[in-house]
Design a binder for this molecule. Sequence first.
Ligand code: TYD
Length: 133
Amino acid sequence: MLSSCRVIDLRKISDPRGNLTPIESDSDLPFAVQRIYYLYDVPSGSSRGGHAHRQLHQLIVAVSGSFDVVLDDGFERKSITLNFPNRGLLIVPYIWRELENFSSGSVCVVLASAKYDESDYIRDYETFLNYVR
Ligand code: TYD
């Protein structure tokens, strides 16, 4: 369900030297982080994602710049713009996601609940619809 995905506000510790945002497993997130990856140097007009996961939980953060995350549970779609380094989008299993409209120089950091496992991916949209409908 799309309502299971939510935007969370992360802490921002500010002082004259700049801002710092910490993210701790279990307390700031509803899962323990097993993997971090990031998308960067995304060409203008390019889109990423285009898949769902069977078990993986993720937190997506625009640590620099902005992009849109389109979420689809097989029944409805919504687009969420991420544009603050202290805001993250939690995505639960069985949600199709597409990331698009990356601003120049943007960086997308993803915290994930498990290590990379290709068998956890659903990369075909019709297959995804068959699972969720
Ligand atoms: P892909 O899932 O297509 O990226 P995105 O979700 O951004 O569209 O992954 C691109 C390639 O990177 C693919 O060959 C799998 C590989 N990959 C890893 O090896 N480890 C990882 O943690 C991730 C996310 C991808």
